[in-house]
Design a protein around this ligand. Structure first.
Ligand SMILES: [Zn+2]
Length: 94
């Protein structure tokens, strides 16, 4: 009577690094959600060392402009290393 929904090209979320890499925390720094990005804040006059922030998608988008102004580096946790290389090499060529 019911057919199981199984799209052919759907990527399982369990294949994303943020679900499989034990170095990635299960909760973001900003809220209880799972982090989507790792933001590296550069050193400043008041902070001698860079600082990692693990942000959910909502808080990342909400603070993106401030992060860019501060010179932050962003690592997308939803991409595998191969996808990341392909994404950024494509962006550099465009
Ligand atoms: Zn958040």
């Amino acid at each position: 009577m019911f057919e199981r929904y199984a799209p052919e090209h759907e990527v399982s979320s369990v294949e994303e690094p943020r679900f499989t890499d034990p170095a990635i925390p299960s909760h973001a720094c900003c809220c209880p959600a799972r982090p989507v990005v790792r933001v590296i804040m550069p050193p400043t006059a008041h902070r001698a060392h860079p600082v990692d922030l693990w942000l959910c998608g909502h808080h990342y988008r909400a603070s993106l402009q401030t992060l860019l102004v501060a010179g932050a580096t962003v690592e997308d946790l939803t991409l595998t290393p191969d996808q990341c290389r392909a994404h950024y090499s494509g962006a550099a060529a465009a």
